[in-house]
Design a protein around this ligand. Sequence first.
Ligand SMILES: Nc1nc2c(ncn2[C@@H]2O[C@H](COP(=O)(O)OP(=O)(O)OP(=O)(O)O)[C@@H](O)[C@H]2O)c(=O)[nH]1
Length: 229
Amino acid sequence: MSTRKASLTDKQAKNGTSKYVLERCASVNEYYDIAFKVMLLGDSAVGKTCVLVRFKDGAFLGGNFIATVGIDFRNKVVDVDNLKVKLQIWDTAGQERFRSVTHAYYRDAQALLLIYDITNKPSFDNIRAWLTEIHEYAQKDVVIMLLGNKSDMAAERVVKTEEGEKLAKECGIPFMETSAKTGVNIELAFHAVAKELKHRATQQPNDPKFKIHEYIDSQKHKSGCCKQA
Ligand SMILES: Nc1nc2c(ncn2[C@@H]2O[C@H](COP(=O)(O)OP(=O)(O)OP(=O)(O)O)[C@@H](O)[C@H]2O)c(=O)[nH]1
């Protein structure tokens, strides 16, 4: 398996011949009201880069898998309740040998999307180890969301939706299954996190608390796409 990074043109993206190089200045001049750092975590090959690229560009990076080296980021500005919220999204390398590099970034993140692959049991079993790392290195009040990615691969599924739900419930964190390939729940995951962060940052003492679990449930039901087998 290669760990080379290569730049990606639209054509390469369509052909699935290369992996993204994250462009640091992509949205540097885009107007925003408030900004937050979000990190993508999880084992190698669960689809972190693909989730980011789907959210940022609406494209799917198919083809040969090229592992991320170290860490990089992309920005996306989303509208939340009439505010422009900039998400600076850090894509980390899932491989063990880069762990010490990524640890250094945990403490700056306000939200963590912890991702496993529904077709890869070890990636699910490792979620508890990831949570231990998060508790060691991240801010105490960091927003955490669990994502079971590759929900389009029904035939290869080895982790049931209920197992993801159960683990998330035990840990008190929101959960959804996503597909970077089809786009299912990708926007919702980032929007729910942006909404939670915006509420925390702007909330007045008497304002009602934002309930991320309820928001996700209401949006899933609206789109009717919560569980893709
Ligand atoms: N079918 C399907 N394939 C996916 C999905 N997301 C990612 N993949 C594939 O899974 C492989 C790994 O995806 P990456 O996004 O590179 O994985 P990663 O988690 O960033 O891996 P590291 O950079 O090593 O941490 C690639 O071959 C992708 O095309 C998905 O939702 N559905």
